[in-house]
Ligand binder design. Structure first.
Ligand code: OXD
Ligand code: MN
Length: 652
C-alpha cells in the first residue's frame, strides 16, 4: 500500500492564554539553538533515508529538522531544554536523574488505539466467531488508515522541531540486529530512545543503503496549542493512534508521548513489526526476558521467559539467587529475538539497550540490581518525589529514611499513604504504571555476553503468568508441540501496563496478545514449524507460576531470589535428570526434587495441587477462547493438543 497522505491545513483557534505565550516563545527560542549538538544535516543522509525524512517533514511541517548523533553532549542539551520548558525536573539526590510527569490522560499503552494495517484483515487477525469482539489485535483497512492519517499528521509538528533518530535494535552490526529511523517532535522520546536503543551516526554508517524500519511519531500538538499542555506534557489523547504497516515495515504513532506508544523501537518495532519480519525470515521475536544462570559447578545455561507486562520479567532477569553458589546474569528484561545458528542452536539477542521498568514494587528487597542500576543517568516518569530530591513509589516504604515529605505524581504536596480523593479512593504516590528508563550497561549483573553479536544459546523457554489458583509452581511440556500449546493457552491477571481496569484473568498467549504483528493462528503455525528447522536442537519448554495463593489469599511461594530453586530444577531437566513425573497437564517435579534447603516452610503440596474441577474449567475456557478468537485459524495440531489435554483431565 502506498500511504499517500493528503496534506490539508489544520484550522486552529488562535486564542492563547497569556502566561502560555512565554512558554511558546521559550520553546521557539530553545529549539532553534543547540550549539553543542550534531552537525549532521539532512543532506548528509543516504538518499533513501533523506527521502523518508523529507517526505515526513513535508507532511508534518516542523519548524526545523535535527539529526541526532546520539552523543552525550546532545543528550545533555536535550535534558536541559526539557528542564527549561518544565517538562522534566532534575532529581537532585542522584547524578543525571530526571523526573517527567505526564498529562494524567497519557500514562500507559493504549491497546484500544493500536492498529495493524494489511491488505486483508485475516493477515492481521484471526476471523473471530460471529458476534464476538476480537482481542488478538486490531485491523485497520488501507482506506480507513488513510482517513486516520489525513485527520492527524498534516502540519502536526508546526512550531516544533523534528528530531531524526537513527537507531539499531540489537548490537550495531550484529547479523541479528535491525535498524530503524524514528522521526519525532518529542525531545523526551529522543532522550529515552538514547537509553533504550543504540542510537546515532554509527548506525547510519552501518545502515549504508540497507533497509530500515520507518518510524513516525508526533505528540499531535502543533504550536500554538489551544490550551497549555497539562504538566508541560503535550499529547492528544482524543486522537491517539498507533498504527503499523508491516508490509512496508512502517510505524506511525500520533498523540501519545508515553512508553510503548512513543518509543517506537520497543513494542511497535521489536515486537509487532519484528514478529512479522521474523515470520518472513524464519526466526522469532518474542516478549521474553533472557537470563544466564550458572550453577555452583560453573555450568551455565541461558533461559528465555515470557510473562505478560508487569508480571516480574525485570525482577527475574536481575535476580540474586538465594541458592548458595548460583549466579544469575541478565541479558534482557523484555524482548528476545531468537534465530537458529548453523549448528541448530537457538541464539537470542536482547534488541534493547536499556530497561523501561515498572517502578512500583521495585525495591532492595524485590530487585536490588534494578535499584542499583537506577541511581544515575535515569529518566523516571510518573513516580513521586521526596523532599531530598529522590524518587519514591509504593513498595519503598521500608527502605526510606523517616522525616521525608513526598510530592505525588499528581503533585499532591505532603502526600501520605492515607490520602483519599473526594470520592474516598486511595491516592497513590506513584502511578501504578510509572517507569524508570535506565541504561542496561549500569546493571551490576549484566551478562558478559549481553551484547554479543551472535547472541546467547537458549537452553530453555519458560512461559508464565499471574495465576492465583490451580496452576502449579512449575511444569514441563511433554514436547515442542505441547509446549507451543502451553504458550497458546497462557492466561494471567491483568495489570496496569495497559488501560485495562480491575483484576481479571485474561488470555495472553505467549504474553504477546497486545504485540502480535500478524494473525495469531499463523504465529502458532510459525512456532510449530520450528520443529522442521534442519538440525534444530529445540529448547525444552516450561510453565511457571510464582503467584498461586492460599485459600486465605496469601502467596504460597516466596518468589524473587527463591525462584532460583525452580530455575535449578529446570536446569537439571535440561541436563536430562530423572526428576519429573507425568501429570495430565505436563511433567511436574518429583517430591523433594525442588531444593527447599533453608527455605521458610512452604506448602509444596498446595503449590503442586492439580484440582480436577479447576482444570476442567481451564480446558473449557481455553476451548471457548480458541473457538471464539482463533476459530478457523487455529492450527490442527493445537486443536489436537487441547483435545488431548481434555481427555487427560477427564481421566484425572
Ligand atoms: C512494557 C510492557 O512496557 O510490556 O514492557 O507494557
Ligand atoms: Mn513488556
Amino acid at each position: 500500500m502506498s500511504v499517500v497522505l493528503v496534506i490539508s491545513s489544520l484550522r486552529r483557534s488562535t486564542s492563547v492564554v497569556k502566561s502560555f505565550n512565554s512558554f511558546q516563545k521559550l520553546r521557539r527560542f530553545t529549539v532553534t539553538t543547540h550549539p553543542a549538538m550534531s552537525s549532521m544535516t539532512v543532506n548528509d543522509l543516504r538518499p533513501h533515508v533523506k527521502e523518508y525524512v523529507l517526505e515526513k517533514a513535508e507532511l508534518c511541517k516542523p519548524d526545523s529538522i535535527y539529526i541526532c548523533d546520539g552523543s552525550e553532549e546532545e543528550e545533555q542539551q536535550l535534558l536541559k531544554l526539557m528542564e527549561e520548558e518544565g517538562m522534566i525536573k532534575r532529581l537532585t539526590k542522584y547524578e543525571n536523574c530526571w523526573l517527567a510527569k505526564t498529562d494524567p490522560k497519557d500514562v500507559a499503552r493504549v491497546e484500544s488505539k493500536t492498529v495493524i494495517c494489511t491488505p486483508n484483515k485475516r493477515d492481521t487477525i484471526p476471523i473471530v466467531k460471529e458476534d464476538v469482539k476480537g482481542t488478538l489485535g486490531q485491523w485497520r483497512s488501507q482506506n480507513e488508515l488513510q482517513q486516520d492519517f489525513r485527520e492527524r499528521f498534516p502540519a502536526c509538528m508546526k512550531g516544533r522541531k523534528m528530531y531524526v533518530i537513527p537507531f539499531s535494535m540489537g548490537p550495531v552490526g550484529s547479523p541479528l540486529s535491525k535498524i530503524g529511523i524514528q522521526v519525532t517532535d518529542s525531545p523526551y522520546v529522543v532522550a529515552s530512545m538514547r537509553v533504550m536503543t543504540r542510537m546515532g551516526g554509527k548506525v547510519l554508517d552501518t545502515l549504508g543503503d540497507g533497509e530500515f524500519v520507518k518510524c513516525l511519531h508526533s505528540v499531535g500538538q502543533p504550536l500554538p496549542m489551544e490550551k497549555p499542555p497539562v504538566n508541560n506534557w503535550p499529547c492528544n489523547p482524543a486522537k491517539t493512534l498507533i498504527a503499523h504497516i508491516p508490509d512496508q515495515r512502517e510505524i506511525c504513532s500520533f498523540g501519545s508521548g508515553y512508553g510503548g506508544n512513543s518509543l517506537l523501537g520497543k513494542k511497535c518495532f521489536a515486537l509487532r513489526i519484528a514478529s512479522r519480519i521474523a515470520k518472513d525470515e524464519g526466526w522469532l521475536a518474542e516478549h521474553m526476558l533472557i537470563l544466564g544462570i550458572t550453577n555452583p559447578e560453573g555450568q551455565k545455561k541461558y533461559i528465555a521467559a515470557a510473562f505478560p507486562s508487569a508480571c516480574g520479567k525485570t525482577n527475574l532477569a536481575m535476580m540474586n539467587p538465594t541458592l548458595p553458589g548460583w549466579k544469575v546474569e541478565c541479558v534482557g528484561d523484555d524482548i528476545a529475538w531468537m534465530k537458529f545458528d548453523s549448528e541448530g542452536k537457538l541464539r537470542a539477542i536482547n534488541p534493547e539497550a536499556g530497561f523501561f521498568g515498572v517502578a512500583p514494587g521495585t525495591s532492595m528487597k524485590t530487585n536490588p540490581n534494578a535499584m542499583l542500576t537506577i541511581q544515575k543517568n535515569t529518566i523516571f516518569t510518573n513516580v513521586a518525589e521526596t523532599s531530598e530530591g529522590g524518587f519514591w513509589w509504593e513498595g519503598l516504604e521500608d527502605e526510606t529514611p523517616s522525616g521525608l515529605t513526598y510530592t505525588s505524581w499528581l503533585d499532591h504536596k505532603n502526600w501520605h499513604k492515607d490520602m483519599l480523593t473526594d470520592t474516598g479512593k486511595k491516592i497513590l504516590a506513584a502511578h501504578p504504571n510509572s517507569r524508570f528508563c535506565t541504561p542496561a550497561s549500569q546493571c551490576p549483573t549484566m551478562d558478559p555476553a549481553w551484547e554479543s553479536s551472535e547472541g546467547v544459546p537458549i537452553d530453555a523457554i519458560v512461559f508464565g503468568g499471574r495465576r492465583p489458583e490451580g496452576v502449579p509452581l512449575v511444569y514441563e511440556s511433554f514436547d515442542w508441540k505441547h509446549g507451543v500449546f502451553v504458550g497458546a493457552a497462557m492466561r494471567s491477571e491483568s495489570t496496569a501496563a495497559a488501560e485495562h481496569v480491575g483484576k481479571v484473568i485474561m488470555h495472553d498467549p505467549f504474553a504477546m496478545r497486545p504485540f502480535f504483528g500478524y494473525n495469531f493462528g499463523d504465529y502458532l503455525g510459525h512456532w510449530l514449524s520450528m520443529e522442521n528447522h534442519q538440525g534444530a536442537k529445540l529448547p525444552k519448554i516450561f510453565h511457571v507460576n510464582w503467584f498461586r495463593k492460599s485459600s486465605e489469599g496469601k502467596f504460597l511461594w516466596p518468589g524473587f531470589g527463591e525462584n532460583s530453586r525452580v530455575l535449578d530444577w529446570i536446569c537439571r531437566r535440561v541436563d536430562g535428570e530423572d526428576n519429573s513425573k507425568k501429570t495430565p497437564i505436563g511433567l511436574v517435579p518429583t517430591k523433594g526434587s525442588i531444593n527447599t534447603d533453608n527455605l521458610e516452610p512452604v506448602d509444596m503440596d498446595a503449590i503442586f495441587d492439580l484440582p480436577k474441577e479447576f482444570w476442567e474449567k481451564e480446558v473449557q475456557s481455553i476451548r471457548t477462547y480458541f473457538d471464539e478468537q482463533v476459530n478457523r485459524d487455529l492450527p490442527e495440531e493445537i486443536a489436537n493438543q487441547l483435545n488431548a489435554l481434555e481427555e487427560r483431565v477427564r481421566n484425572m
